[in-house]
Write a protein that binds this ligand. Structure first.
Ligand code: ADP
Length: 473
């Protein structure tokens, strides 16, 4: 029945209005019940009767009991007020004639009640459930009179129905009509921005990206904000997948075209001479090894990114690993006319996959050699700080422009000028692989570089100090 937001809101408001009105009616009822104003005449009657009778009895009760009895009977036989004469123990010695129906309250110590200075009217309920007002008034030291009158009921109900219920119901109906409009306004205030989210979600499913305006209540704005962020991420991810396919196709196409062209030339006899055949064979070899590298890198990256790559973690002596790297690249550096140096800051153990870490340094040192001119220098150093080791691969090479520094870690990103042909030409995956390996092992990688001065690639990883065995390392 209440399916829409506005009908639910309206139902809630209407329910609240009804609850509040009922509360108000009960409040008025109980306030009236307790109000002394309504019972002023009754109290007055009681008090007059009590005072008059006690005064008259005071004059005679000590001298003549008979006279006191006749005064009591004479004063109390008419009228609505019921009266009883009590002795000091609270026993009733005289009571209004013909009042079998009335049960006077049992008062064990009338003195205590009559000593009250405020002359307050009290109430009690008899066995039949009837409510009475009463006062206890002293006559002399030995006797008290108890005057009682039934609590009047009728005025309260009629006052309530005549004076209050009607206007309250009118106000209630007005409030419910008003609530209908308020709930309609509130619902559209909440629902309109939600409607934007629904439309944008449908558009997103169709491949369209829309930014939702931030409006409505805070929670709905938060939802719209989160949706916009999600939508941008989906857009970026779809774009990155498209770029990936374009890049892979491009990287595959170039070497395949060369291989195909040279192979065709050999087969149809265009290339016949020995030196031409040699050249064609070299191109086919270099392009096919490039393809091999590309496919290998892609496989590694896919495993790393999907989280299925296995990490064989162990305690690795970092200096030893870096020294092995220097040995591995010594010949290559010599050929390139580049000096390889180390500067280690103490012995350090890192808990990592040694082979994969070696792959990271292979990529970084390989790049450093590739992008440093003859006579340049490459330094591998370690710096220790607050439980982390920073490993730096610093070169005095061509450097990287600021705008490219963040992008070089993206898949296939290559700074145009740095692209080289031939066997050494990269595919732009080395740094992406390095980043994946480092971050998967709780580390971080970044670069600081100035064009024509050199680049400094830095890796931060948690480290331990080597344990001493028998005082020796
Ligand atoms: P590539 O296979 O092209 O080397 P990388 O992902 O390893 O791919 O590097 C991406 C790009 O970052 C390189 O093409 C190059 O432009 C730039 N680059 C990487 N290392 C250096 C360096 N030490 N000095 C200058 N440019 C570098």
């Amino acid at each position: 029945m209440f399916y829409t937001l506005s009908s639910r809101l309206w139902f809630t408001y209407a329910l609240l209005i009804v609850i509040v009105l009922c509360g108000v009616i009960f409040g008025i009822y109980f306030a009236l019940r307790r109000s002394p104003l309504l019972y002023r005449t009754t109290y007055f009657q009681l008090k007059i009767m009590a005072i008059l009778l006690s005064r008259r009895l005071q004059l005679v009760i000590d001298d003549s009991w008979d006279q006191a009895t006749s005064i009591f009977i004479q004063e109390t036989q008419n009228g609505a007020v019921r009266t009883a004469l009590l002795n000091i123990n609270g026993e009733m010695v005289l009571a209004t004639v013909g009042d079998e129906g009335l049960q006077f309250p049992h008062i064990s110590d009338p003195k205590q009640l009559s000593d009250r200075t405020d002359n307050e009217v009290s109430t009690y309920r008899d066995d039949k459930g009837m409510e009475w007002f009463y006062i206890v008034t002293p006559v002399n030291r030995d006797y008290y009179i108890l005057t009682a009158v039934p609590r009047p009921l009728l005025p309260l109900r009629s006052i309530l129905t005549n004076e209050f219920i009607g206007p309250l119901i009118q106000v209630g109906i007005l409030a419910i009509v008003f609530a209908f409009f308020i709930s309609w306004i509130m619902a559209s205030w909440i629902a309109r921005p939600l409607q934007h989210v629904v439309i944008s979600a449908e558009a997103l499913a169709e491949g369209e990206y829309q930014t939702i305006p931030l409006e409505g209540p805070m929670e709905v704005q938060q939802l719209a904000k989160t949706f916009n962020e999600m939508s941008h991420r989906v857009q970026a991810s779809v774009q990155s997948q498209r770029d990936f396919v374009v890049n892979v196709s491009h990287e595959l196409k170039t070497p395949l075209t060369s291989i195909h062209g040279f192979a065709q030339a050999i087969v149809d006899g265009t290339v016949k001479k020995k030196d031409e055949l040699n050249k064609a064979g070299n191109v086919i070899l270099s392009e096919s090894s490039r393809l091999h590298r590309l496919v290998n890198d892609l496989l590694i990256l896919a495993r790393l990114e999907s989280g299925t790559a296995d990490f064989q973690k162990a305690d690795i002596a970092l200096n030893e690993l870096l020294n092995n790297m220097i040995d591995k690249f010594e010949l290559q550096a010599k050929k390139a006319g580049v000096e390889l140096k180390t500067d280690f800051n103490g012995e350090v153990i890192v808990y990592a996959d040694g082979d994969r870490l070696a792959q990271v340094f292979t990529n970084l040192i390989g790049n450093a050699i590739k992008f440093t001119r003859r006579g340049g220098k490459i330094t591998l150093s370690t710096i220790l700080e607050e439980g982390n080791v920073i490993i730096s691969v610093k070169d005095t090479g061509i450097g990287i422009l600021k705008k490219d520094q963040n992008r070089i870690f993206e898949r296939f990103y290559q700074v145009d000028e740095s692209r080289k042909g031939g066997v050494g030409r990269g595919v732009g995956l080395g740094l992406s692989i390095a980043k994946q390996i480092v971050t998967s092992q709780g580390g971080d990688i970044w670069v600081e570089s100035s064009p024509n001065k050199g680049s400094n690639f830095m890796i931060k990883m948690p480290f331990q100090r080597p344990k001493l065995i028998n005082g020796k390392k």
